[in-house]
Design a protein around this ligand. Sequence first.
Ligand SMILES: Cc1ncc(COP(=O)(O)O)c(C=O)c1O
Length: 379
Amino acid sequence: MTATTISQKQVPLLDLQAQHQTIREEILSEIVRVVDSQKFILGDDVKKLEQEIAPYCSSKHAVGCASGSDALMLALMALDIKPGDEVLTTPYSFFATAGSISRLGAVPVFADVEPETFNLDVERVQEALDKHPKVRAMIPVHLFGGCADMDPIMKMATERGIPVVEDAAQSIGSEYKRRRAGSIGQIGCFSFFPSKNLGAYGDGGIVTTNDDALGDRLKALRVHGSFKKYYHKWVGVNSRLDALQAAILRVKFRYLDSWSEGRQKNADHYRKVLAQMAIPVTPVVPAEYQTRHIYNQFVILGERRDALQAHLKQRAIGSEVYYPLPLHLQECFADLGYKSGDFPVSERLANESLALPVYPELAVEDIEYVCESMRMFYV
Ligand SMILES: Cc1ncc(COP(=O)(O)O)c(C=O)c1O
């Protein structure tokens, strides 16, 4: 590669334009159809999307809602989580995981994660449950597109008679021992934020369950707790998926598997090239249970992470830190009484993790350019 080609190359973290251009006509014709119908709230498009997503996620019911954040909140509401109830989760996630607990007046209880998977460490979960015997529910997160170790989590939950809500916001179609993310616990929550593998053209989310009663309750809770217009069984919220987003998502859903496979191929290529360069930065994916990783993000762990990110930026390579401050150290959770050092793995990951471009339209040469740029940094 010549100096000129190197300096001209640009590799963004995510290129939504590239994807949009491949489906633009289909999307625009759906937008026109919905706009011409003047039916924007729930309706047939949402119902059809729910009917497609439910089996894809090995679930009987799927209930569209306004965002992944609301999906989590609706799930906890459906499980009757009340102010003061403790809900166990990970401190190494997007804010909404713990935010959904606090929004209901409930109290997040954190357990640290494993450095290899970024997900809950089952031994730490056990310790936290011993320390907090009144925990009323658990929210394992399937971070970056890879599943948490669900069997031991479900065993601990079943022993205590508490439900599990899977935060699968980043993991639609991921599999744990060939079981789909979101179908293992009582409720699964997904996000259609534009950067997700299945991203809307705006906000959106969906909740899945195999439990008929929970499915019904979720459907009511998203429309102010009502089954029949103007009659309210519960105090719910307004959190509906709108028809435009559902119609767009139905177009994109047809491509989801090929896009996720593109991400998997890219992740494999990174691993291969980085290994050849002896750059020891890629966490191991535990093959014994991670049967389908969908790589919403491809995250490496590097010492001197901030300097590496600056070096990549100089070479026009996009990257992102997910997440720079673990949840137990967030200002809004100061009253929970956690301090620095309480969850050392999460705190280390916050200092060392860096997400690299892995989107499906990425070219092999782009990946090699990123790897070569990393090699230059590490030599
Ligand atoms: C792990 C996790 N949980 C919850 C959410 C919330 O989803 P949304 O942005 O659709 O509200 C996200 C979205 O980024 C997420 O990554």
